[in-house]
Design a protein around this ligand. Structure first.
Ligand code: SF4
Ligand code: SF4
Length: 189
């Protein structure tokens, strides 16, 4: 069969020489590599005591955003779920009642919205698919757990709190930010 790369090596089954059977040259060679790395800058850090600075557009756990008036932006259109290659998103849509206008921005909203963080590959396609700027990935990492259930995040974990908003402006281009200021656009009303 034709080789795809030149990296493969032919393994020989020849008998080992006396020097090879001593293993000492191989041991010293290995120790030499260890010593070389000992004096180099470490690639690892002592997490969680030390933390790396994340990029402004790091793709961590999701947030479901509220608008300026504190209403949930998500309209349960399902586009994020459709775009998700890992099928990590599920939701149940509901119709907004007249006395719920202060809670939900659109006539339809997500009564239930879940993301399975064990399935998610943090690709960001849900963020790109959303027409309502309702879902964004954040710089926060998903905490590990011993069980599966707590890693299926529901609205209580995903929707941002009214008093503690998450700034996602750095994830958006200047053009998008300028567009959002234009109140003549229905998108911004
Ligand atoms: S980040 Fe990617 S994998 Fe995760 S929920 Fe969004 S679309 Fe799905
Ligand atoms: S988060 Fe966005 S794309 Fe997903 S259902 Fe809500 S409005 Fe639609």
């Amino acid at each position: 069969m034709e080789k795809l790369t030149n990296r493969s090596k032919v393994v020989s089954d020849k008998k080992m020489s006396f020097k090879e059977r001593l293993y000492l040259p191989a041991v010293f060679k290995g120790m030499g590599i260890t010593l070389k790395h000992f004096f180099q800058k470490k690639a690892t850090i002592n997490y969680p005591e030390e933390k790396r600075e994340f990029s402004d557009i790091y793709r961590g756990r999701h947030v479901l955003k509220r608008d300026d008036e504190g209403r949930e932006r998500c309209t349960a259109c399902g586009l994020c779920a459709l775009a998700c290659p890992a099928e990590a998103i599920t939701m149940i849509a509901a119709e907004r009642k007249p006395d719920e206008k202060h809670l939900y921005r659109e006539e339809k909203y997500a009564a239930d919205y879940k993301i399975n963080m064990l399935r998610c590959i943090f690709c960001g396609l849900c963020e790109e698919a959303c027409p309502k700027e309702a879902i964004f990935l954040t710089q926060e990492i998903v905490k590990a757990d011993y069980h599966r259930e707590p890693l299926v995040y529901d609205k209580s974990l995903l929707v941002e709190s009214v008093d503690n908003r998450i700034d996602v402006s750095k994830r958006q281009t200047p053009e998008v930010l300028a567009f959002k200021k234009d109140k003549t656009k229905r998108h911004n009303r």
